[in-house]
Design a protein around this ligand. Sequence first.
Ligand code: SF4
Ligand code: SF4
Length: 457
Amino acid sequence: MANIILTYECVNRCPYCFAADIDKGERKSRLTREEFDFYVALLKRSGYRHVSLLGGEPFLHPDIGEFLDRLANDNEVRHVTIFTSGFVPAKYYTRLLDSRTGLVVNVNSPADYPAGQFSVLCGKLRELADRGAQMVLGYNIYREDFDYLPLVELASELGCRAFRWTVAKPAADRQTQCLRRPQVPQVIPRLLEFLQACRRAGLKPIMDCPLEPCLFSDEQLATFCRLSLRDISKMGCCPQAVDLGPGYRVLRCFTAASLTEQDCRKYNTIADILRHYDKTVETHRACAVAEPCRQCPHWISRDCVGGCLGETAPEVRQVERKMDQLPELLSRCNDLYRQQRRGELLDLLGSQVGEYPLPNLIVEYANALLRLGKNAEFTSVVQKYETVLRRFQLPRSAFLLAKYHALRGNASATLGFLRRAQNEVRANADDDFLVRLRKDGWRKEIGLMMREFESPR
Ligand code: SF4
Ligand code: SF4
């Protein structure tokens, strides 16, 4: 999914909003026509036929009428979704009646609006619904005593089929109201009531941001999955989305704007942008998770990323810095190894594989221990970080795990990991470890495996 942010200006001041004031200061806050055309072309080139327009309030952009007309006349665009506060100027109503256009109306509990404004909003939405506009409501839960009932009733009255919702997350770069991780378990009972109310009203609940499975008891989790019509897979993962904004800025997520901002013109397709984020911020986030996550089956199986970037940004930044220093560190290690300064080498690596165990660093450290014949230390380091090595699935990690299992005499696990590390094994056919395996009576298995790797598919 990719959203085009038309403007950061808004009519509301929602207390949980990441976008409010994002561009205070010198930055411009409205998309130009050239940027809009650039983004639509980028989406089409990337195979996207669905365009989402976001704000702020997109209807505050003076050119939105023209943008909507262009999208309506573009045969390659199959659907347009507009995320709005619902305060849509009447002059745009007719443009919203096209069956290819839908609204996601971000609503708050009545008490969150200035006096009388909620009923004005309801009036507008009723009028749009009566004219046949397609819409769903979107709701951000940012306080423990959230008042969902009037909104579920409104959605039902408007004939909506779904109800989008999310638990508001913290923003890395500004103060917003939200529910932080320790607070979330307290709202789970109310959240389940809310989901039940949605289902009773015939509304399909759609969860936007992830909720980590460990926030629920087993019983709550089963009820949650039943009511929200989803299973646990990927429940703790962020959507694969990017936000394309004014100034050719692309963000992985609003909540961590400064951590993820890129110049969109460097990329040819959305897939290229997502690949960049996978290699950078997502990898750093995975390296930055806290110890309980590193042992968690949901993290190892990639069903949970271990928390929102808005909350983990400081740790992610530290990992980012460590990653930048990694090449220099590894070259220092090589020097120490060549100079046979083994004690210093192990001290250096051991001290670095500390708080944020980067997979490459663990592999380097464990390999150094093995090369120096410190098999017991090697085994204990791999044991300690085995979940990290499995989670990242790097060929180097698989090769290391093969060594670990060979030392423990587990032939099938060894061969399994060697197969996963094919390229690494091929590139290191004369690695001490493989040589030793051949000597230790593994000649036949290793020989067969190498031939298998080399035979054409
Ligand atoms: S990975 Fe971490 S945040 Fe996610 S469910 Fe496991 S312990 Fe919770
Ligand atoms: S980082 Fe993930 S959880 Fe946090 S706001 Fe963004 S999409 Fe939601």
